[in-house]
Design a protein around this ligand. Structure first.
Ligand SMILES: [Zn+2]
Length: 391
């Protein structure tokens, strides 16, 4: 699908969703649908929200990186205000107790999570959480914390965007070999930088992608590129301070590796490395994990359990219901545009519908399932066809 067509489809979908949200909100049907759904699952639901970066100016930040990871601080605050009209915001530990029946909840509960350990979660999201006295959790790739190293997906996105901007075809950038074949495949059908990135991340092993990013940066003259501070990782001090105020630290691998694309022995090593680094620096047991790209397998779950983890979140966009598997927790990934309504401005009605999951119920949104086979062989970049939400 080409970029323009995809944009038109997105706009049509957004208009439709926005209109449906308004109708549901003002007719009171949203609450009714929600009550019906709650009764169907036999108890309180647990909504887990996933954010990445919280920024000051969405348009400005979009010039420097992946816009789909960003939400403005003022939109984030509005999300939390709307969320609290229907949900009690709790810690992931409390949410697990609601799911296993050891804790009763008066209303549906929600957990606020952040992936990737971006610095602006500390500067922009943490002050809002503190002011509103809400708990949360940050899932971090441990080897990036305390460094100025950028995440692989940010580096690749910038390089791929430059290729598109400068009109350089996949063969023309001159990386040769396997990397070139991957780029040809990723840009197949004249895809956008964003779609090319999604294809690379969901199909190719992360360590090889980091090498490809380095090659591309070299060829495109991007080795000294400066990015906004908020796009860099947090420090351990920031994580300790957040932890002291109810925003816990969770694991998200060491190098932001999609574990299902790695041989299981390497996945195990990385899970152990991540746990050890966080426990040494945050000085607390780390018990919760987020799968990179939302992908998990039976082998990865085993690896987590043997390292002492008690939960793991996916990017499968569904509510969690009593009895849910704590190693396949569903999450709703949100960004600035998740609450942009028909007229292109913030829509409270649409936001409320996102939290009540009414759009999913009406089949206007489809979850992407993250379960994958355990990989016992050597990595080579499988034939993964599905696109995923970011994790
Ligand atoms: Zn991530």
């Amino acid at each position: 699908m080409d970029g323009l067509k995809s944009a038109a489809v997105q706009l049509a979908r957004r208009t439709l969703k926005g209109a449906a949200a308004l109708a549901l909100h003002y007719s009171g049907a949203r609450e009714l649908l929600s009550a019906i759904q709650r009764r169907a699952v036999g108890g309180r639901r647990v909504l887990i929200l996933s954010y990445h970066r919280v920024v000051g100016d969405f348009a400005e930040e979009a010039k420097h990186g992946l816009p789909t990871l960003n939400i403005e601080q003022k939109t984030f605050r509005r999300h939390l205000e709307v969320l609290q009209e229907s949900h009690d915001v709790v810690s992931i530990d409390d949410a697990l107790c609601v799911l296993d029946g050891t804790r009763r909840a008066a209303r549906d509960v929600a957990v606020i999570t952040f992936d990737d350990g971006y610095r602006d979660v500390y500067t922009k999201a943490f002050p809002v959480l503190r002011e509103m006295r809400l708990p949360g959790i940050v899932y971090v790739p441990s080897s990036l914390i305390g460094t100025d190293r950028r995440l692989g997906h940010d580096r690749l996105y910038l390089a791929l965007s430059k290729m598109v901007q400068r009109g350089i075809p996949p063969m023309g950038v001159g990386v040769g070999g396997e990397g070139e074949r991957w780029l040809v495949d990723a840009f197949d059908g004249g895809s956008s930088a964003y779609l090319a990135l999604e294809r690379l991340i969901s199909r190719r092993p992360t360590p090889a992608l980091l090498r490809l990013a380095e090659q591309l940066e070299d060829r495109l003259g991007l080795t000294d590129v400066r990015v906004p501070d908020g796009q860099l990782p947090m420090s351990w001090d920031m994580l300790r301070e957040m932890d002291a105020h109810g925003v816990a630290t969770g694991g998200h691998t060491a190098d932001h590796t999609v574990l299902t694309l790695q041989p299981i022995a390497e996945a195990r090593r990385e899970v152990a490395q991540c746990r050890a680094a966080i426990e040494k620096n945050v000085k607390k047991p780390v018990r919760h994990f987020a799968y990179c790209n939302g992908y998990y397998s039976a082998g990865v779950v085993e690896a987590l359990k043997s390292e002492g983890f008690i939960s793991a979140v996916t990017t499968e966009d569904m509510p969690n219901v009593p009895g849910a598997d704590p190693f396949a927790l569903k999450r709703k990934v949100l960004w600035e545009r998740s609450s942009t309504g028909v007229l292109g401005a913030y829509s409270k009605a649409l936001t409320a519908c996102q939290f009540e999951d009414t759009l999913m119920m009406l089949s206007m949104q489809e979850p992407v399932i993250g379960a994958r086979p355990t990989r016992f062989d050597e990595p080579e970049g499988g034939a993964e066809e599905r696109l995923s939400a970011h994790g």
